[in-house]
Design a protein around this ligand. Structure first.
Ligand code: ATP
Length: 361
């Protein structure tokens, strides 16, 4: 059982600038008073009672903590400590200061497939390790793939956000409809039993986007996206994939497979010739092919814009609701709450929301 320290986090850490926010958490840079070392503090609000719609169940937080404690790998963010007060839990995590991989790539003028593969390899190594421990991440998307230091000659990938991760026990049947529509596997959508193969589908989607700047199943609405996934409606349109090698397409095709038992595993991916070429011809092909940078930049700019728009929209709406209900004029504590409330404010298709309460074993 994970240890949640009852002490006040501020006695040990100085709280600094906001690094990022998600649906459930605000992440801030924190400085350890004893050593001066900087970490990332992930502040998560706990649900006060079962009727409350604000915050997270303590059990869901315990799961995130236990999983993080079970995995120590160079490509997975490290958990240092956990503090708990009446209202929130604070995870002290390794500070991942290089930003998101997609932002790093979008700043480049061009990128060869062979360079993109160096990142894919690290993602697959982190994932392979996770899967070897029977843990699935279940929320792989560009926002959760970060770099430890983008100034390094070979930046190191760090997978973050284990809020939806699940550790499978022998013979267990686990279903969950949580996830982000663009990246979820058909079995998640259909509320079927899940396995670590769910992450491999997301890797297929992420690779497709990385190479073309196009999201394979993205529709005008989430409902349309989900329909596209269910009928496996995707193609390699020549106008977007003209610079892509046939090996890369083969790699994606072996991941975007409806039957989860037929999808490549992380281990198999690492042996696929696109990742690990055997012949000189294969090496040359990777060096001749590049990612569609023009379209990738467009995709990333749209993605960032959408993230900011959603954040502002949700916060504004929540602040308005709260002010109406309470007649309060102090917006500050609300800002931390707004992300936890986002799920209630959004109107996405029925159960396919990014939340932690829909899982069942
Ligand atoms: P989501 O809405 O995706 O579920 P969440 O509420 O679980 O998110 P995280 O994804 O863990 O929260 O963190 C939110 C953001 O904070 C991340 O997108 C990232 O920008 C930043 N962040 C998270 N962990 C770290 C870290 N260890 N170092 C630096 N920044 C981090």
């Amino acid at each position: 059982m994970a240890v949640f320290k009852p002490e006040n986090v501020e006695d040990f850490y100085e709280i600094g600038e906001v690094l990022g926010s998600g649906h459930f958490a605000q992440v801030r840079q924190v400085r350890e008073r004893a050593t001066g070392t900087c970490w990332a503090g992930k502040f998560l609000k706990i649900r006060k009672n079962t009727c409350s719609r604000l915050g997270l169940d303590r059990s869901s937080l315990e799961q995130e903590v236990e999983i993080l404690q079970a995995v120590q790998h160079p490509n997975i963010v490290t958990l240092k400590d956990v503090f708990e007060s009446r209202a929130e839990v604070v995870l002290i995590l390794e500070l991942v200061s290089g930003g998101e991989l997609f932002d790093f790539i979008a700043e480049k003028e061009n990128l060869l497939e062979s360079e993109a593969i160096e990142f894919m390899k690290q993602i697959l190594e982190g994932l392979g390790f996770l899967h070897s421990k029977n843990i699935a991440h279940f929320d792989l998307k560009p926002e959760n793939i970060m770099l430890s230091d983008k100034a390094a000659p070979h930046p190191n990938i760090k997978l973050i956000d284990f809020g939806l991760a699940h550790r499978f026990h022998q013979g267990e049947e686990y279903r969950s409809t949580s996830g982000t529509p663009q990246y979820i596997a058909p079995e998640v959508m259909n509320s079927e039993p899940l396995s670590t193969a769910g992450d491999m589908w997301s890797i297929g989607v992420i690779t497709y986007i990385l190479l073309s700047g196009l999201s394979p199943f993205q529709g005008e609405t989430d409902a349309e996206t989900l329909r596209n996934i269910s009928v496996m409606n995707y193609e390699f349109a020549a106008q977007y994939f003209s610079m892509t090698s046939s090996m890369a397409k083969d790699f994606i095709q072996k991941l975007l497979v409806k039957n989860l038992n037929d999808r490549m595993t992380a281990e198999e991916c690492l042996l696929h010739p696109w990742i690990k070429p055997i012949t000189r011809k294969q090496v040359a092909k990777r060096n001749r092919s590049s990612i569609n940078m023009k379209n990738f930049k467009k995709f990333n700019a749209r993605r960032k814009w959408k993230m900011s728009y959603n954040m502002v929209w949700m916060c504004n709406r929540l602040v308005r609701l709260k002010l109406l209900c309470k007649g309060s004029s102090d917006p500050d504590p609300l800002q931390r709450q707004c992300e936890s409330d986002a799920e209630d404010a959004e109107s996405k298709p029925a159960s396919l929301l990014r939340r932690r309460l829909s899982s069942s074993s």
